[in-house]
Design a protein around this ligand. Sequence first.
Ligand code: PLP
Length: 397
Amino acid sequence: MTYKLSQRSQKIKPSPTLTLSAKAQSLKAAGQPVLNLAVGEPDFDTPEHIKAAAIKAIQDGFTKYTAVEGIMPLREAIVQKFKTENNISYHANQVMVSCGGKQVFYNLAQAYLNEGDEVLIPAPYWVSYPDMVLLANATPKVIETSVETAHKLTPALLEAALSPKTKMLVLNSPSNPSGMAYTLAELKALAEVLKKYPDVLVVSDDIYEHSLWSMDFANIVMADPSFQDRTLVLNGVSKTYAMTGWRIGYAAGPTELIQAMGMIQSQSTSNPCSIAQKAALAALTGPQDFLATSRNIFKKRHDTLIQQLNKIPGIHCTPSDGTFYTFPSVEGVLRNHPQLADDLALSNYLLQKALLAVVPGSAFGSPGHLRLSFATSDAVLEESVTRLAEALATIQA
Ligand code: PLP
């Protein structure tokens, strides 16, 4: 039979980062010594006390449906997290738990967007935002930023992009892929512009909150508390506690919005995994020393990697504020080697020639760049830089 797939499914594409990672893994499985810098998850194991909580949940028979929005102790722990770490007060009915930060954004898009609504997404952006906006029949409006503004949205760029059609603005700090974070002052300046558009909702994707080393973390609600009732904060345990496979993310925001998002979740996936919820509860309420340890490791790798990359002709790396990504400009490389049409061609070349997997910047809406993840060992990073330099030095005319 011929399958007439929905128009909706044809609007979107597979996540380019997951696709590239899969390609690298299959080359590896075929025995090729591929180095994978395309990964979007910490390389550490989930801490033992978190795993123990999950094992206990299974042994205790905590294996049934839970409340759709997540178990109350976990929602209360999330409320407490916002109070102590961000100085923001929420009621338990203003927070909900989903299957990863990804489902938080999906629920939000489904619960809040209509056809014709525009969502402002500064580039470079996390690959899934535009597609999830499209799945909700709304329109992603990408705002280009530049190396000069450290890939950050400025008040002038924001002002120019806002229109009566704007329904939502996405802010992700520290950012995947750029690694850049907004300062408190920068967020205050953006908030001033947004005050002229009181009906625009802000999504603050704080998922890399704890992988930040160059400044104290801030989001727009912390910068301007009047934004609490017009901001949906997205966060989760995936990146913070090396728990990407457990699929637990959470949202905090206005009650009405959270209720609508809960309704979408109730008719799609129901509650996130009961066992993973117990694990997330242990993560949020248990010892927090893992956070500083992993942040320090990422920072150390970052410092070495940036220094080495900047020695390669044509590559320009601005130091990241946090995350485990660097997003160098490779425009110099492309200028020097016109036989490589663009960043996509360059990343393909690196995979073929050097068995090095990196993600082209165009996947994130910023061509002329590559995203390199340093969520991998020092040895792999060192070998990657060697292969990258050699592959670029031996490009055939
Ligand atoms: N937001 C950003 C910026 C991300 O990079 C990711 C994952 O890559 C997510 C949200 C979602 O993470 P998860 O669904 O694993 O919680």
